[in-house]
Design a protein around this ligand. Structure first.
Ligand SMILES: [Zn+2]
Ligand SMILES: [Zn+2]
Length: 1016
């Protein structure tokens, strides 16, 4: 035990030399408490005390040798401010949200791997001595199988094989449909978790076993992104890789199918060279040899030209020829010994618009053709049923189609060459592909079942060891006795030569073991989910309390007694310690401590404000019921519209149309006819964007050019009007900045049109264009800071700078989006002024002379009004519009590599990802800056409105937390996860953006000595 039966404490009164008095508590820990647990307890108590009452200072001293924790509570003679400071609040907020965000990766996407199993191998001799695995990266099933208009195949050799000598089917992949998880499923037989993808492509986050590792020798040729991960995971020196350099993966200028020709040529010369190298020659003639040819050309061509292009199809033809040559070369090398098995498949497919990663059928359906030693010949059938209509389309109705899950290919390969099944494989051997005796099939299936069961046993023992015995609920259908009886029965069937019975029993056992694996894998899910939800609700409540307390006059300040707060603190500390203790004895991973302990300080902070809650409740009861009900109803509808817009972009159109009618509903239009009509028109214009198809599917460069010219026109007008009116707030320096920004818009427009032209003509990206692009990108972050800090000039300058970058990243109608959006934002700032007047809250300040730099000088901020909730809701709505206005960014499919062609054409996922994120962020920055302007011009402290925004987005996040799914189709699961990630990062992002917007609007860089500022 960690603690003595009774928590030994004694309270002493002490005094310091400065006259502070306090009480000291000694916590005596039990014999079992080691040094780490004492330190941990100290950290927990420290964490709690950082939230603790302001009139006390807490101090804890840990004495590990005596296993005691001394806790001193000093009573301060003075009363510091009651709420925590803004920096602390923001830090706490960021921390809390970061934990919430990361938690779902732990809850839903923890690594499924276990270690410590015994390798399992079929005892009978295998049919093949060697296996050749071709992976045509990014090859869609239908692209390979379909016939063109005159009934010929793009891959005549492979078509011939599936018609005359091999077996075929569709291999179903899982999300994420990316190269790395695809190859891991193929070669190691398990589905890698998403977190592993996030950890990097080339590094192995975990060691895993693979068919290559189990083979005697593996030689592999292909991309440096894929091959090293299997060589690195392999034990000993028997997996050899031959890669080209990352630089040659340039898909803009040269023909990408050269990547495949490279592989074929190198394999041929490798075999040629072995004739004069005796060691290599004998190694090649060993048993259990794997040759792996990774062909990246099709994927690269698909990204660059889309799967319906001539280039993609031409590349398929090249691969087909290459496979034919390699096959015949190998047959002659091995003297037609009939001991070679061949597998051709792909790691994932590709959408019509050249992307992959999500769960669309075009991405998850990949071809599988197997032939050679030990593989079944084509089976003629009269009818076969599949839900899709492909068979007819491909004219393959009469050849048996054998579908598999991607991970089933690993046991298939292992069984063909007779190596142990990869230890973590969850695949089931697809028996119908095998041309072998019933005995062999039954034995192989038995091996498969034992191998999966091994994982189940290790996982169960792990969970059992780390769970308190009275809390452990075993997986009932597969208890120890059940397992033994299953295995015994199967052995018996095999001995009695009842092979079919043995196989079906093995299949049941495999399914049960897999079910049990996922049962133990998700064992803690409910418990962790509850903890996170508790923390969520607690944090949101706390933010609401802070708003009510500091920004409204709804509550009177009541000083809670010291005694009460001490009791509260002790009880929460006690709860925190109990949780820590509970987790300690279960030896939970360290992240669990964070998830489970986080709600404690959060709820402590809430409970300290209990009097605010009581006050608020009393206040609310005094309101008329219809009014409060109506308010709640409108809030719910508003938030639901936002949630819905994540699923259906057109919901945003509905919302924007309601916004367009807002001045009419509230009678605002009587007051300001011009402003309100512009508002209505712009709302309606913006409402068109969510109805447009997702960005990138239909590139339209002329529209981008039009957007550039329109921006030039508008800025020209603005320049002319400010010259004409002899605006005293402008001087020559400002003119220069403005002029330079116009120049960069013009340059961007030129670069976009020129680059896309040159790429079309296959001339690659001109260096001059690339230099201009990067210069524009860098300068756009600095230029706005040079412009005057008056409201509209500054906002306009931010728009011009960001627009120049956005143009470079655009490929179609989306280039117009920031223009319309910022138009609406400009009017919004005016509209909020009108609304203030409408409610009689303020006199109209002159917007034209409003200066961001002096905004913080306003000493008298007004209190929050109910209308400010509407204001905050508008902001969140505009943010969501900025996100989904031009595409569904929750889906990887929206990321079209064509939009970064002005910057780079060499495939570099992280650089491209960064640029695409920038493209998403630009509309976001525009809205954030407008919101900053709304805050300061409506005389609110910049934090109060933002707090309401936090509450709105947190309620949304909680909504999506409950919508996170781990069942249903992979598309649904993927989407639900990305929604949650998106809305959580939205909150974190908005916090950062708020800071960035403040910086962008208020800071000014002085390049030279200037004339003094004109004060308002
Ligand atoms: Zn791939
Ligand atoms: Zn790809």
């Amino acid at each position: 035990m960690l603690f003595e039966p009774s928590l030994a404490t004694d309270v002493l009164v002490c005094k310091t030399s400065q006259g502070l008095s306090g009480s000291k508590t000694r916590l005596q820990l039990g014999q079992g408490a080691g040094y780490p647990s004492v330190i941990l307890l100290e950290m927990v108590t420290h964490l709690l005390w950082s939230f603790a009452s302001a009139s006390h200072v807490w101090e804890s001293i840990c004495v590990p040798e005596e296993r005691t924790l001394l806790v001193v509570c000093w009573t301060l003679p003075w009363q510091p401010p009651v709420t925590m400071g803004i920096p602390v609040f923001i830090l706490a907020g960021l921390l809390v949200h970061f934990v919430f965000l990361v938690s779902i990766f732990d809850i839903y996407f923890s690594s499924p791997l276990v270690h410590g199993m015994t390798p399992q191998q079929t005892p009978l001799p295998p049919p093949a001595k060697r296996l050749v695995l071709f992976v045509a990266d990014g090859l869609r099933a239908d692209s390979l199988y379909e016939l063109d208009s005159n009934n010929t195949s793009h891959a005549p050799y492979l078509r011939g094989i599936l018609e005359n000598s091999g077996s075929w089917g569709i291999s179903h992949t899982r999300v994420p449909t990316e190269s790395r998880p695809g190859h891991v499923a193929l070669i190691a037989g398990f589905y890698e978790d998403v977190s592993a993808v996030a950890k990097g492509w080339k590094e192995n986050p975990v060691e895993f076993d693979s068919v290559f590792n189990e083979s005697k020798y593996t030689w592999s040729w292909g991309s440096p992104d894929i091959l090293p991960m299997f060589a690195k995971g392999a034990s000993g020196d028997h997996v050899y890789t031959f890669c080209y350099t990352a630089e040659s993966e340039d898909f803009g200028a040269q023909d990408a199918s050269k990547l495949d020709t490279w592989v074929f040529d190198h394999v041929k010369s490798f075999f040629n060279s072995s004739r004069s190298n005796q060691t290599l020659f004998s190694a090649l003639n060993e048993e259990k040899v794997v040759l792996f040819l990774h062909l990246l050309g099709i994927d690269t061509n698909g990204h660059a030209h889309r799967p319906n292009s001539r280039e993609y199809k031409e590349n398929i033809r090249k691969v087909d020829e290459g496979v034919k040559e390699i096959a015949s070369m190998l047959e002659s090398f091995y003297g037609n010994d009939g001991k070679t098995a061949f597998i051709l498949t792909s790691d994932h497919g590709m959408t019509d618009w050249g992307s992959h990663g999500a769960g669309h059928p075009s991405e998850t359906l990949t071809p599988l053709i197997v032939w050679g030693a030990g593989v079944n010949y084509p089976q003629k059938v009269t009818s076969q049923f599949f839900e899709d209509n492909f068979l007819k389309e491909w004219k393959l109705e009469n050849l048996k189609r054998l579908d598999v899950n991607q991970a089933d290919i690993a046991p298939l390969m292992a069984s063909l060459i007779g190596v142990p099944f990869p230890l973590n494989s969850v695949g089931t051997l697809p028996l119908e592909y095998l041309n072998n005796s019933a005995h062999f099939k039954a034995e192989s299936m038995f091996t498969n079942a034992v191998q999966v069961l091994e994982q189940f046993k290790v996982k169960m023992n792990q969970k059992k060891a780390t769970t308190l015995s009275f809390l452990f609920t075993p997986f009932k259908p597969l208890s120890d006795s059940e397992q033994i009886s299953f295995l015994k029965k199967t052995r018996l069937y095999i001995q009695q030569q009842k092979y079919d019975e043995a196989v079906s029993l093995c299949k049941t056992l495999i399914n049960l073991a897999l079910e049990g694996l996922s049962y133990y894998h998700t064992y803690d899910r409910l418990f962790l989910g509850l903890s996170i939800a508790m923390g969520f609700v607690g944090w949101t409540t706390y933010v609401i309390l802070v708003i009510v307390k500091t920004h409204t006059n709804l509550t009177k300040t009541v000083q809670s007694s010291n005694k009460e707060s001490t009791v509260l603190l002790y009880s929460f500390t006690f709860v925190g310690m109990m949780i820590t203790f509970f987790l300690l004895i279960q030896t939970c991973p360290w992240t669990y401590y964070i998830y489970c302990l986080l709600p404690v300080p959060v709820w402590y902070a809430v409970m300290r404000e209990l009097h605010v809650i009581q006050n608020l409740a009393a206040n609310l009861w005094s309101l008329p019921i219809s009014q409060s009900l109506g308010f709640i109803l409108i809030s719910i509808v508003g938030i639901e519209i936002l949630v819905f817009s994540f699923f259906y972009r057109s919901t945003l159109t509905v919302g924007l149309l309601v916004f367009a009618g807002w001045p009419v509903i509230t009678q605002l239009w009587v007051q300001a006819k011009t402003t309100t009509s512009i508002w209505t028109v712009l709302c309606a214009l913006l409402a068109v964007f969510p109805l447009m198809p997702v960005v990138g599917r239909e590139p339209n460069i002329p529209l981008v050019i039009a957007a550039g010219l329109l921006t030039l026109l508008i800025s020209g007008f603005s320049l002319a009007s400010s010259c004409k009116s002899e605006n005293k707030y402008r001087n020559n320096e400002d003119m220069k900045v403005h002029f330079y920004q116009m120049l960069s818009i013009a340059l961007s427009t030129y670069v976009v049109s020129n680059t896309h032209n040159s790429l079309k003509n296959k001339q690659g990206l001109p260096v001059f264009n690339q230099v201009i692009s990067w210069t524009t990108l860098v300068s756009s972050s600095v230029l706005p800071l040079l412009s005057p800090t008056f409201l509209f000039p500054r906002l306009f300058s931010i728009l011009l700078s960001l627009m120049a970058t956005y143009l470079l990243l655009s490929t179609g109608y989306e280039a117009l989006f920031p223009l319309v959006l910022s138009g609406l934002m400009f009017v919004w700032i005016h509209m909020e002024q009108e609304a203030l007047q409408h409610y009689g809250l303020s006199l109209k300040p002159k917007l034209a002379v409003f200066n961001f730099a002096y905004a913080t000088d306003i000493t008298q901020f007004r209190q929050l009004h109910l209308d400010d909730i509407r204001r905050s809701f508008f902001f969140v709505f505009f943010i969501v519009t900025a996100f989904f206005g031009t595409g569904n960014i929750a889906s990887v499919n929206s990321f079209d590599p064509a939009s970064v062609y002005c910057f780079l054409t060499v495939f570099s996922p992280f650089m491209m990802g960064g640029l695409l994120v920038l493209k998403v962020v630009i509309p976001f920055v525009l809205v954030s800056c407008a919101f900053e302007a709304v805050q300061v011009t409506t005389q609110l402290s910049s934090k109060s409105l933002f707090l309401i925004v936090l509450v709105i987005s947190d309620i949304m996040a909680l909504h999506f937390f409950f919508l996170v799914k781990d069942y249903g189709s992979w598309l649904e699961i993927g989407t639900s996860i990305s929604h949650y990630v998106l809305v959580m990062s939205l909150t974190i992002f908005m916090m950062l953006m708020n800071g960035l917007a403040q910086l962008l609007t208020t800071k000014r860089l002085e390049l030279s000595r200037r004339t003094k500022h004109h004060a308002t």
